[in-house]
Design a binder for this molecule. Sequence first.
Ligand code: SF4
Length: 170
Amino acid sequence: MQTNASLLNDELAAHLAEYKFLVGVSIDGPGPIHDRYRRSSRERSSHADVLQEIEILKNHKVEFNALVLVSSANVKRPREIYDYLCGLGINFHQYIPCVEFDARGRKLPYTISGAELKAEWNDLCSICPYLEFCCGDCLKHHLYNGNPPQTVSWLCAGWREFYQHSIPLF
Ligand code: SF4
């Protein structure tokens, strides 16, 4: 189940825990980043509400992960977002590119481009024959030893071997 957690309370959290729901909570980073495009209908900040509701999920031991919309608000700050979520005790993240156009096909302000995403890759990935399958691998595999996001994945050699072996078999 995916939610912005805005209507979550103890009763609902107990229900989710009892029936073993896996909940994806939308959170795009620290307050100023999250609130850039996630304000309530009255233009209020929603970040504090999300933090409060994450605490409710934790208290009820509901399994959850973070759904991060990668928009123009956070696309250039991957390390900060990743560290922030880990600091909240959230170790499972999904990063979803935000790509939306208006009725005339013009890019909306929060939309990111492929070039912006690519800027956080290692140059090796840009020319890798397995890029369409691997997509540079998960961000968390880049950040070992305090490395910047552009570091090639720790698992790169293994991925290459895997794709080299398996792709001809499909
Ligand atoms: S296999 Fe390695 S070089 Fe190729 S896309 Fe994946 S991480 Fe990048």
